[in-house]
Design a protein around this ligand. Structure first.
Ligand code: NAD
Length: 259
C-alpha cells in the first residue's frame, strides 16, 4: 500500500474488534488498538497484528471517559497524522428487566456503546476532511433494527448509533467520507458468552434454551455469525468498492431482521 492508511479500532483487545483490527492490519494499514486488557496480554495481542507492513500501537483509554478518548485520539493523530479509518466497536451489555435495570449499568452501556462513538467521530473527522477521504464504521447490531426484552439500554444505544451513523453520513458525504453501521446478529464472543447465563436467569430457562430458542431462533442460518465475516465486510467498506455505500445499516445476521 503506497498511501498507507491508519485505522483506529475501539475495543480491539477481544472478539469482533480484535478480528477487525487483525484484518485491517493484514490489509496493510497502521492500526491503533484499544480496549480493556492487562498490559501483560497486550504485547501478544499486538504481535498477532504484525506482518501486514504497517505499525501497530496500543492506546489505553476508557471509552466511558471523554478525556481519555481525547488523549487517545490525539496520540493517534500525533503518531500517524490522521485516523483515516475509525471503527467504533467497543461495547458492553447488561441484561435485566427495565424496572430493575441498575441506573449505573444504563449509564455505562450508553456511554460505552453510543457516546464514545460521538467523541471518537468528532475528533477523527477534521483529519479525514483535510485528506478528503475517510471511513467511519460503527459496529452496531441487529439490535439497531429490532428489540429484545431485557436489553433496554443496549437496544437504545444501538438504535441511537444507527441514527448517529445516518446523520454523520449526510454531513460528510461530499467530502469523500463514508459512515456506515454494520449490524451483526449473534457472534460467539466473550460478550455473548457472558450473556448466556444472564439471559437464562432473566428468562428462567436453561443455557441451552438461550442458545437455541433465543439467540439462534431468529437467525435462519441456525449458526452464529463469525468474527471473520464482520472483519471482511469492514475491509470491503474501506476499499474503493465501498465509496458510495454510506448512511446504511448493513445486517450480517443470518436472516434475523428479514422476519
Ligand atoms: P467483547 O466483549 O469480546 O469485546 C468488547 C471490547 O470492548 C473489548 O476489547 C473490551 O475491552 C472493550 N471495551 C469494553 N468496555 C470498554 C471501555 N469502557 N473502554 C475501552 N474498551 C472497552 O465483545 P464483542 O462481542 O466483540 O462486541 C464488540 C462490538 O460488537 C460491541 O459493540 C457489540 O455490541 C457488538 N455486537 C456484538 C454482537 C455479538 O453477538 N457478539 C452482536 C452485535 C453487535
Amino acid at each position: 500500500m503506497t498511501d498507507r492508511k491508519t485505522a483506529l479500532v475501539t475495543g480491539s483487545t477481544s472478539g469482533i474488534g480484535l478480528g477487525v483490527a487483525q484484518a485491517l492490519a493484514a490489509a496493510g494499514m497502521n492500526v491503533v488498538m484499544n480496549g480493556r486488557r492487562e498490559s501483560s496480554e497486550v504485547d501478544s495481542l499486538r504481535a498477532s497484528l504484525e506482518g501486514g507492513g504497517g505499525s501497530v500501537v496500543y492506546a489505553q483509554a476508557d471509552m466511558t471517559s471523554p478525556g481519555e478518548i481525547e488523549a487517545m485520539m490525539q496520540s493517534a493523530i500525533d503518531a500517524f497524522g490522521a485516523v483515516d479509518v475509525l471503527v467504533n466497536n467497543a461495547g458492553i451489555q447488561h441484561v435485566a428487566p427495565v424496572d430493575e435495570f441498575p441506573v449505573e449499568k444504563w449509564d455505562a452501556v450508553i456511554a460505552t456503546n453510543l457516546t464514545s462513538a460521538f467523541h471518537c467521530t468528532r475528533l477523527a473527522l477534521p483529519g479525514m476532511k483535510a485528506k478528503g477521504w475517510g471511513r467511519v464504521i460503527n459496529i452496531a447490531s441487529a439490535h439497531s433494527l429490532v428489540a429484545s426484552p431485557f436489553k433496554s439500554a443496549y437496544v437504545s444505544a444501538k438504535h441511537g448509533l444507527l441514527g448517529f451513523t445516518k446523520t454523520v453520513a449526510l454531513e460528510v458525504a461530499a467530502q469523500g467520507i463514508t459512515c456506515n453501521a454494520i449490524c451483526p446478529g449473534y457472534v460467539l464472543t466473550p460478550l455473548v458468552e457472558k450473556q448466556i447465563p444472564a439471559t437464562a436467569a432473566a428468562r428462567g430457562i436453561s443455557e441451552e434454551q438461550v442458545i437455541n430458542d433465543v439467540m439462534l431462533a431468529p437467525q435462519s442460518t441456525k449458526k452464529f455469525v463469525t468474527v471473520e465475516e464482520i472483519a471482511d465486510l469492514t475491509v470491503f467498506l474501506c476499499s474503493s468498492g465501498g465509496a458510495s455505500i454510506t448512511g446504511t445499516a448493513l445486517p450480517v445476521d443470518g436472516g434475523w431482521t428479514a422476519h
